[in-house]
Design a protein around this ligand. Structure first.
Ligand code: CTP
Length: 408
């Protein structure tokens, strides 16, 4: 159990802080909510007290004998400020201590995550951008805001990421430090495929696989948090879109192939984490196959699908990094890594993320562990952790290999 301070500043998105709080307490953390006085115009202290089980105060004049304005920050393992308004970012960047939250920020030596939410004009204003740069330079994580519907009719960058994204990314910082969400992908375009393709047999049946899309989702979410412009080509995944990510839904391998080839043209990094069916039914019945009709199939004839990864490698523009995935088991001929090295060479990609699936299941599980093999012969082990933590390890291996293609 860790001690988390959840700072809440005065924006309408403060209501989502209650859901972030719930995610932290359900994960077993002790959470102290520190709202600004403005935040309490949107959500009452009683809500935060009831959900956290801890007292809620906003100013430095309560609990004076406890020296709360110093103690809360000193004892925290993580501070998350969600939403962080333009005013809160300005006061934090200036080092002010005019309420309990800013005082806490000055006394906290743990990682700090700001999750901005404000109108687009305020986010894009040079004053706010300078404040964000200052806070990042000092080691804080400042997540890029999501793009979408704001209060009223406005739309644009400035929306608070969804509570599930905030909780997952904050947990990564809690476990791996602020460097896990460094802005080392800023200005890069990333395309990730995720999920599993479905190959129709008739209008109601398909051949599919058990990929949940969770690892690809985590890769997209962490890349967006690290500053990338992310497109997620999603094959049959029911999860809500990660913040700041454009999702292109696809069904079959052929649809995935078309979407990937289009999106990859402008990409700096392409990650093929989708489970693509190697075969599809040779013909698709236009009407439902009936069990008692003459059309009942004795066997299903299959034809081979194109190898999308190999095509992307063959077509890639200069400087583009291509990352493949491989689920491997050892056998009598060779161990997992030997098979994986042969696959890396065969596919011609720059990096291959290897899942050892001999010991247990990967599909649908919340955690994972991988080895990242590179074409230069190196192998980086990413220890078992949440799929977001594994995504951090994968981007740590990719980021230093990015070539400046003149866009950043
Ligand atoms: N892949 C692909 N197109 C396919 C099959 C796989 O792009 N038709 C991609 C996957 O997204 C993954 C990588 O290729 O990134 C590895 O896929 P895998 O099926 O493990 O490799 P294969 O070459 O099919 O090898 P094998 O089945 O013999 O292990």
């Amino acid at each position: 159990m860790s001690s988390i301070v959840l700072g809440v500043s005065g924006g309408v998105a403060a209501y989502k802080a209650a859901v972030v709080l719930r995610a932290f307490t359900e994960a077993g953390h002790d959470v102290r909510v520190v709202p600004t006085p403005g935040a309490l115009h949107f959500v009452g202290a009683a809500t935060f007290e009831a959900l956290s089980g801890n007292p809620v105060t906003t100013d430095v004049w309560s609990d004076v004998p406890e020296v709360a304005h110093v103690r809360i920050g000193q004892h925290a393992d993580l501070v998350v400020v969600a939403p962080a308004t333009a005013d809160l970012l300005a006061r934090a960047a200036a080092g002010r201590a005019d309420d309990l939250l800013t005082a806490t920020l000055l006394t906290a030596s743990c990682p700090v995550v700001f999750v901005p939410a404000m109108h687009t004009e305020m986010w894009l204003h040079p004053a706010t951008q300078d404040n964000v740069a200052t806070l990042r330079r000092r080691g804080a994580v400042v997540l890029p805001p999501a793009v979408g519907r704001l209060t009223g009719p406005d739309s644009g960058p400035g929306r608070l990421p969804e509570p599930a994204d905030i909780a997952a990314l904050a947990t990564v910082v809690l476990e791996h430090g602020a460097a896990a969400l460094a802005q080392d992908l800023a200005g890069t375009r990333v395309v990730v495929s995720a999920g599993g393709t479905r190959e129709p047999l008739d209008p109601v049946r398909y051949l599919g696989n058990r990929s949940s899309g969770k690892q690809g989702w985590a890769l997209a979410r962490v890349a967006a948090a690290r500053g990338a412009d992310v497109v997620l080509v999603a094959a049959n995944v029911e999860l809500p879109a990660p913040f700041g990510v454009r999702v292109v839904p696809v069904g079959t391998a052929e649809e995935l192939r078309t979407a990937m080839r289009t999106e990859a043209k402008e990409a700096d990094v392409v990650v093929m984490s989708a489970a693509v069916a190697d075969f599809r039914p040779a013909s698709v019945a236009t009407a439902k196959l009936k069990k008692d009709s003459a059309s009942e199939p004795g066997s299903v004839a299959l034809v081979r699908n194109p190898d999308v990864l190999a095509e992307l490698v063959a077509e890639r523009p200069a400087g583009q990094l291509v990352v493949g995935f491989a689920a491997e088991t050892g056998d009598d001929d060779a161990d997992v890594l030997t098979h994986a090295r042969a696959k890396l060479a065969r596919k011609g990609c720059d990096l291959l993320v290897v899942n050892d699936v001999s010991a247990g299941q990967v599909f649908g599980r919340p955690d994972n562990s991988v080895v990242v093999l590179a074409a230069d012969g190196s192998a980086t082990e990413v220890p078992r952790g949440s799929k977001d933590a594994v995504a951090v390890g994968i981007w740590d291996a990719v980021a230093p290999r990015l070539v400046d293609r003149g866009r950043t």
